[in-house]
Ligand binder design. Structure first.
Ligand SMILES: [Zn+2]
Length: 614
């Protein structure tokens, strides 16, 4: 019969790889060194208190200590783990080493029984040793009963108390113990240990998986090994990060990168998809937010220090953090972290967590670029006042200049130049310091660039037009060009045609097929008019959208962002479209007509027939 691995053969990793020597205990050198010295110098205390988080080696160390002090054939201060004293202890059948769970044996009677047994000397070794786990669970009277033994212990008696909550122990007990604080395991200690185990077990596992397991174990070596077992059970001998993330139902790091990308792209659609995915995949909102918080913290760390060795992530992601962190300013990252942490807390009480979660994501994607821009804004506002009057003196400028934020950023510096010129030329005194850019300008430019939505670029001139600009000037454009007897008079229906940007094209939405058809025929004329007015070549698309509705007024207000006025903008906008006097002169006066009548006149370029009645 072929040999098969039976269920009984399987030993959980934490037990299988439990350290058997002081030297194998990971991450608690300050304790093992002291204990080894005590053994060498034969200065063994009769009561030790091991405190620290769960799964960091308290019980393991206590057992090694128990064997070390009783070993018949010790190797220095390490136990041999083979002698007549070591073996029974290892197998848990020793009469000299007794482990007690303080949580279930916490009554005064339990301790009285212990005291009775403690009187008898050890059977095999030098010491009778009691290991009391979770000792803080003992009742007050149990502690009092224990105290008597601790005050006058027989020479063969030793205690090791282990606890995760040493502050719950009475001072009288604490003062009679030699105390050792076990440390939480650092990520690299855990990954190191897991890597060793994996190697010995012939399991292939990538760094990202190791780090993820270690993080999830939250400083506990034992937990990390349980998780490791779980992952091996799911993935087998070859563990890859994505498969493991599934096994542990973890949220992928890439998922967090998607969120931060949506922030830089200001992609609200993506945010809603992400929220939906969280629900579909059954992730916990709170867990997702705390993961996001850690992700943002990583970005911030790399952004501030320029180093990736301070974050717990692996190779490929380190590079990604390095690249992505450059897209954010420190202030932005702090604001995002603020949203994530407030939401994480608010979620505990939110009756509709999904809505609260979506709100946070949308809020993140709608954030304006940082405070630094606000600072820049106030400086530029000061600056704007004077040159504005000099350059044109018109009041159309301020409204057309609200586009800095979405302007192509590389032109920023050169944009500033003409202002300086025009000011000094016109002999207006202006403090030169006002014009000096904040040192963070480079950074702000980067931020803006990262967050700039699409622009429609002129094909020949290199000039660009923003959606805001388009919307803002649409009305003016229509009034100038779409006169009743021009080719594009249908455009006069600007009340029902919405200009929008999509994929670098201008989309005109009309309320009905007829209007669409009409405009479609005039596309060339329309493009020419746009070129004439906005000085850019744009791609046009005309579509029917019944939701546009009759008489829906185009909403030209677009004020959800910080805007900065740039003087060069004003100059540009002052280029008037060529006067079309011939067109204007024949413009029919149809104001004051019934809206339907107006529409008909404009749509069909109709002429009014005077009626005799009335
Ligand atoms: Zn031994």
């Amino acid at each position: 019969m072929e040999h098969e691995t039976r269920f009984e053969d399987f030993i959980v990793t934490a037990r299988k790889w439990r350290p058997l020597h002081f030297k194998d205990v990971v991450g608690q050198d300050h304790i093992t060194t002291t204990l080894r010295n005590a053994i060498t110098n034969k200065r063994i205390h009769h009561a030790y208190l091991f405190s620290g988080p769960r799964g960091v080696g308290k019980t393991t160390t206590a057992r090694i200590l128990a064997r070390a002090v009783n070993c018949l054939n010790p190797d220095g201060e390490e136990p041999c783990n083979e002698c007549a004293s070591c073996l029974p202890i290892l197998e848990g059948r020793s009469l000299d080493v007794i482990e007690i769970d303080g949580a279930s044996n916490n009554s005064v009677d339990d301790i009285r029984k212990l005291r009775e047994n403690a009187k008898y000397p050890p059977a095999a070794g030098n010491y009778k040793l009691y290991i009391i786990d979770e000792v803080h669970m003992l009742s007050t009277s149990a502690f009092n009963a224990l105290l008597k033994t601790l005050e006058e212990p027989p020479p063969h008696l030793m205690f090791v108390f282990a606890t995760t909550e040493s502050h719950k122990l009475p001072a009288t007990i604490l003062s009679r113990c030699q105390r050792f604080e076990f440390h939480r395991m650092e990520i690299d200690k855990i990954t190191g240990q897991l890597r060793t185990i994996a190697k010995k077990e012939g399991i292939e596992i990538d760094d990202e998986s190791l780090i993820t397991i270690a993080k999830k174990a939250d400083g506990s070596m034992r937990d990390s090994q349980s998780i490791f077992d779980q992952v091996v059970a799911f993935c087998g001998k070859k563990i890859e990060y994505s498969e493991m993330a599934d096994a542990l139902h973890l949220i992928d790091v890439d998922f967090y990168f998607r969120i931060t990308n949506a922030v830089t792209d200001r992609n609200l659609n993506e945010m809603f998809s992400i929220a939906k995915e969280v629900i579909v995949k059954g992730y916990d909102f709170q867990e997702c937010l705390s993961g996001l918080l850690e992700h943002l913290r990583n970005l911030l760390t790399v952004r501030v220090t320029g180093r990736t060795d301070l974050i717990d992530s692996s190779g490929s992601y380190l590079n990604k953090y390095d690249t992505e962190s450059k897209k954010f300013s420190k202030a932005d990252l702090l604001r995002l972290m603020n949203i994530a942490s407030t939401t994480e807390q608010a979620l505990r009480f939110a009756p509709q967590p999904r809505i609260r979660f979506e709100m946070a994501l949308v809020q993140m994607a709608s954030l304006d670029n940082s405070i630094e821009i606000t600072e820049l804004l106030s400086e530029l506002k000061e600056l704007k006042k004077k040159p504005l009057n000099v350059v044109n003196g018109s009041n159309s400028a301020p409204q057309s200049a609200k586009n800095f934020e979405r302007e192509p950023v590389p032109e920023f510096k050169s944009n500033i130049q003409p202002v300086i010129k025009s000011v000094s030329d016109s002999d207006l005194s202006l403090d030169e310091n006002l014009l000096s850019l904040p040192t963070d300008v480079q950074e702000i430019q980067e931020n803006i660039l990262a967050a700039t939505p699409e622009l429609v670029t002129g094909t020949d001139s290199g000039k660009k037009i923003t959606e805001q600009e388009l919307k803002k000037n649409w009305k003016t454009f229509v009034e100038k060009y779409a006169t009743a007897d021009s080719d594009i008079s249908a455009l006069k229906q600007y009340k029902v045609i919405k200009p929008e940007f999509f994929n670098g094209e201008i989309i005109l939405k009309t309320a009905n097929e007829f209007l669409t058809g009409n405009l479609e025929k005039k596309k060339t004329a329309l493009s020419n008019a746009l070129l004439d007015f906005f000085k850019v070549h744009v791609k046009l698309k005309i579509i029917t959208d019944e939701s546009v509705g009759n008489g829906t007024i185009v909403d030209v207000a677009f004020s959800d962002s910080i805007t900065i006025d740039l003087a060069e903008d004003f100059v540009d906008k002052e280029i008037e479209p060529p006067s079309s006097t011939d067109v204007n002169s024949s413009h029919k006066d149809i104001s004051g007509k019934h809206p339907i009548e107006k529409t008909i006149v404009e749509l069909f370029n109709a002429k009014e027939i005077k009626r005799n009645s009335h």
